[in-house]
Design a protein around this ligand. Structure first.
Ligand SMILES: [Zn+2]
Length: 55
């Protein structure tokens, strides 16, 4: 049973949310264009990161 993923910031995902939404996560990060300079996460869209920086 997948929890309702927040479509905003991956940085705010909790461990359980990550495990429950792996498919969505893969879609959001399969072609990373941005990295979060606070959390070291990468994503396709800067809206998925709290401190996005283009890479
Ligand atoms: Zn972040």
């Amino acid at each position: 049973m997948a929890t309702k993923a927040k479509s905003t910031s991956l940085c705010k995902w909790k461990k359980l949310e990550i495990e429950d939404n792996l498919k969505l996560l893969q879609k959001l990060i399969n072609q990373p264009q941005f990295v979060c300079k606070k959390c070291c996460r990468a994503a396709n869209s800067k809206k998925n990161l709290c401190k996005a920086l283009a890479i």
